[in-house]
Design a protein around this ligand. Structure first.
Ligand SMILES: [Zn+2]
Ligand SMILES: [Zn+2]
Length: 345
């Protein structure tokens, strides 16, 4: 068996291990969709990604096209006329859909990402049904609440993102399928554990549905496992232990010093200089318990400018930052401070 069943009163949650699955949909999801369609039941497919593809990669050289202004991969969307176009989600620059790799010039480009549009195509291919797609506001259309309800009532399969599916509509479905529960877990931030847990937990507990199918590559992760167990108490206890051990808020303080520059070398010089000065002050004023390190933000380049961070973490860091702020004239030198950061990204 490729899944684990969590049985609760009035709810069955199937956690499916995608590591041993071949396709976009696991075998259990395929079977379940076919069974529920035959029984004229309603099926909801949930994913986190909007648009058509999260990005493109070249299967020959591994190249991923990025925005010229920003260090993120270009996402792809479908226009009204069904043609695909590239869009940078940061600066909104528009790009043409490439036909060959800009690096090795081979014709081996492939799209990736479990997006709602891609899911729509897979549903059409696998089940010969055109599902209703609830679009993001910056996508093609976003039906009004009343219209959505009518459309949802007429459709046997609906594809949507967590955020866009109104709570009262989800109760109309007989089975809810979460396509990639671990979609956000790779983000380098301590808050993703909690967000992942509550995305699932609220979906499970908020609705009266009987069946939930959850696909994930990481089935052992405590955020996913404990959500399927509906064990909020245990999750919060674990999260508290984790945050206490690493001194993350609210069990420690977090301050992020941010700097940006058009010139990459100037950026790194400015960051390295301040880092050394902070370490010197730390020793002089005996604040050795504070952890100070440099870190690249999630998006290193935005609108043609480069960004870098210095992270300060520990108990009672405020007095030290007050000293550093005035002694090192940080404001005048262009460093911005997030005094009470509640996330690393
Ligand atoms: Zn951009
Ligand atoms: Zn290539």
């Amino acid at each position: 068996m490729n899944y684990e069943l969590f049985q609760h009163p009035h709810k069955s949650i199937y956690l499916i291990d995608m590591k041993n699955e071949q396709g976009y949909f696991s075998e259990l999801v395929e079977q379940s969709v076919r069974k529920h369609l035959t029984e004229k039941k309603k099926i909801l497919l949930l994913t986190n990604k909007t648009g058509y593809a999260s990005g493109i990669f070249c299967t020959s050289c591994g190249h991923v096209p990025q925005c010229k202004q920003c260090s993120i991969s270009i996402g792809y969307h479908e226009a009204e006329n069904k043609l695909l176009y590239g869009l940078c989600s940061v600066c909104k620059s528009i790009y043409d859909m490439p036909t060959s790799c800009e690096q090795c010039h081979k014709n081996t480009l492939q799209m990736y990402g479990l997006t709602i549009q891609k899911t729509k195509e897979r549903v059409q291919d696998n089940f010969q049904i055109t599902p209703l797609v609830i679009h993001a506001p910056d996508g093609a259309s976003f039906p009004k609440a009343k219209k959505t309800r009518e459309l949802v009532q007429q459709s046997s399969i609906v594809v949507a993102t967590y955020a866009l599916m109104p709570v009262e509509e989800v109760a109309l479905f007989d089975v809810v399928i979460i396509l990639a529960a671990d979609q956000s877990l790779s983000l380098p931030d301590y808050t993703v554990r909690k967000n992942t847990f509550y995305n699932l937990y609220r979906t499970f507990t908020g609705f009266a549905n009987k069946f939930f199918l959850v696909q994930s590559y990481d089935t052992e992760h405590s955020s996913i496992h404990l959500a399927c167990k509906l064990d909020e108490e245990r999750f919060l206890a674990d999260d508290t232990l984790f945050r206490t051990a690493h001194q993350y808020p609210p069990y420690g303080e977090l301050c992020i010093i941010k700097y940006n520059h058009e010139n990459e070398t100037s950026l790194h010089t400015a960051i390295q200089n301040l880092h050394k000065e902070l370490q010197y002050l730390q020793q002089s004023y005996q604040y050795e318990h504070i952890e100070i390190y440099t870190s690249s933000p999630l998006i290193y380049k935005k609108f043609g400018k480069f960004y870098y961070h210095i992270i300060l973490k520990g108990a009672n860091i405020r007095p030290f930052i007050d000293i550093a702020f005035s002694k090192l004239k940080m404001a005048k030198r262009g460093y911005k401070i997030d005094w009470m950061a509640d996330s690393l990204i």
